[in-house]
Write a protein that binds this ligand. Structure first.
Ligand code: SIN
Length: 306
């Protein structure tokens, strides 16, 4: 490794550690163990039972682990009741109500993720960050899958800090000045009709967000456009916008930014929507895959120069 690249890596790590933790070193947790899934994204968490109320130390450790690994994976958990999943998620913020998806009876914060032989669509089947069409898109999402196909049904997650940092300085500077339209009419209209949802007369959210957002906890910059919801770069001609979005989607969907999670029954994934994207594979038809998703409210994305 050249002297120059050593310095670059060192500067990056030092800056990241400082911004993440205020005082604590990375990777040090008092109440949980975390094993990195890849060098860039994902951490396997053990030593915590998510059906039980969490102590403040556990919430603090999990918050830091999420900031460090961007998506946390929990195995060998019991099946959480909807109430337990809501209670766990509320440790990290108020809960978000999805603008379109049907929810679990009596729990508007709990979305039922369910694909089977008669499904028309697979929830989250393209690269996206959850509900980025909202003015205040969700901070994070907690998904537990109870029923799995014999094989397949993995979820891929990608690190949007890394995708941004891999761009040239010239491109980074240009993108810092851009905003983009995120829409959902094309995503949600009719999407849940196979589950009995009639959305006639309903309107679906749209919002303009910075193309590069500054994460409110880590203060790092992350790319914030996604193939699911982002439809246009504001103030560009259609051809320019289409070409730029095509480039950005191709860039950020490269495998070096990703981790692929193979679910086991009752595994839980807890991801940070502000700095990741994900994609749920539908490679198991006609088998069934089912679980519950709870989403935590976020704040309006901003780009801030640190
Ligand atoms: C989603 O996008 O929320 C669904 C993810 C999954 O089913 O793996």
């Amino acid at each position: 490794m050249s002297e120059q690249s050593e310095q670059k890596v060192y500067r990056g790590r030092a800056g990241r550690a400082h911004r993440l933790s205020n005082s604590r070193p990375q990777g040090v947790y008092k109440s949980i163990d975390v094993k990195p899934a890849t060098a860039l994204i994902g951490g396997y968490v053990s030593g915590v039972d998510l059906t039980q109320p969490l102590a403040p130390q556990q919430v603090d450790d999990l918050s830091h682990a999420l900031a460090e690994h961007n998506v946390l994976f929990f195995r060998e958990q019991p099946e959480l009741t909807p109430r337990q999943q809501v209670d766990f998620s509320q440790n990290f913020g108020a809960l978000h109500i999805h603008p379109a998806a049907p929810h679990y009876a009596g729990h508007p914060e709990v979305i039922v993720i369910h694909t089977h032989k008669d499904s028309q669509v697979n929830n989250g089947g393209g690269w996206h960050t959850d509900v980025s069409c909202d003015e205040e898109p969700p901070l994070g999402t907690v998904l537990q899958l109870h029923t799995l196909p014999n094989t397949g049904g993995d979820t891929l997650f990608a690190n949007m800090y890394a995708a941004f940092e891999a761009l040239s300085d010239f491109m980074k500077d240009f993108l810092r000045g851009c905003t983009a339209m995120h829409e959902s009419e094309h995503v949600y209209r009719g999407r849940y009709s196979d589950r009995g949802v009639d959305d006639a007369g309903k309107s679906f959210p749209s919002a303009v967000h910075p193309v590069v957002r500054t994460h409110p906890v880590s203060r790092r910059e992350a790319l914030y456009v996604n193939r699911g919801f982002t439809t246009k770069i504001v103030d560009m001609e259609a051809l320019e916008s289409d070409a730029l979005l095509k480039f950005l989607f191709t860039h950020l969907e490269q495998p070096q930014f990703q981790v692929r999670f193979q679910w086991e029954p009752n595994s839980i994934a807890f991801w940070d929507n502000r700095c990741t994207q994900h994609l749920a594979l539908w490679d198991y038809w006609p088998e069934e895959r089912k679980g519950h998703r709870v989403t935590i409210k976020g704040e309006r994305p901003i780009h801030r120069v640190n």
